[in-house]
Design a protein around this ligand. Structure first.
Ligand SMILES: Cc1cc2nc3c(=O)[nH]c(=O)nc-3n(C[C@H](O)[C@H](O)[C@H](O)COP(=O)(O)O)c2cc1C
Length: 170
């Protein structure tokens, strides 16, 4: 697939996925995500960097931890920006674009701004002192059945009470 996809369809389809199969991303999927991430620009003109991480729990222990919120993810993306005004807006714009593309590839994702081991991820991507690491997301193939942690998180966050399309966009 080239980079063309229906953004509207991805917005309608996408929801947070915390239950992911152990199947790693294929080299082709990873390559597409990387290529697309390198093509992204945002209205703030602030460069957003994406770090794709393959989870290797056996070799490295639970380094890329999510406090049990995400089950089974074999890959994550960590988004970073230089610390400057509008950095978070730029990051939000670009990461959502990337995750909508991942949705079009059939991959699940979930913004994690709180429930992740920030220092473990910061070490894994060699975060510098001038950058922010506000959020990460798992990337992978969704399980058909949601884990209890996933169901609980959705219930706590009222995830299934999204406003209808015509009230969100007008
Ligand atoms: C900026 C941001 C930070 C988030 N941080 C977390 C988090 O730390 N842990 C978590 O389980 N979900 C997190 N979420 C996911 C939200 O809970 C989820 O997007 C919301 O419940 C709506 O559900 P939906 O994405 O399935 O529509 C975050 C979402 C956003 C936009």
């Amino acid at each position: 697939m080239a980079h063309q996809f229906s953004v509207q369809q991805s917005i309608r389809q996408r929801h947070s996925v915390r239950s992911i199969t152990a199947q790693p991303l294929s080299p082709a999927e990873l390559a597409r995500l990387k290529r697309y991430s390198q093509s992204l620009v945002n209205p703030f003109g602030i460069p957003v960097s994406f770090h794709f991480l393959q989870h290797k729990p056996a070799a490295e222990g639970e380094r890329l931890g999510t406090y049990g919120v995400i089950k089974g993810a074999a890959a994550f993306v960590a988004a970073t920006v230089p610390q400057q005004p509008a950095a978070l807006e730029a990051l939000g714009y670009s990461l959502e674009q990337l995750l909508l593309y991942a949705t079009a590839l059939g991959l699940g994702s979930c913004w994690l701004g709180g429930t992740f081991d920030r220092s473990g991820f910061a070490a894994a991507i060699n975060l510098t002192e001038t950058e922010f690491l506000p959020v990460i997301s798992p990337l992978g193939h969704p399980r058909t059945k949601r884990s209890p942690a996933d169901k609980l998180a959705r219930w706590l966050a009222k995830s299934d009470q999204r406003l209808p399309w015509d009230r969100l966009f007008f």
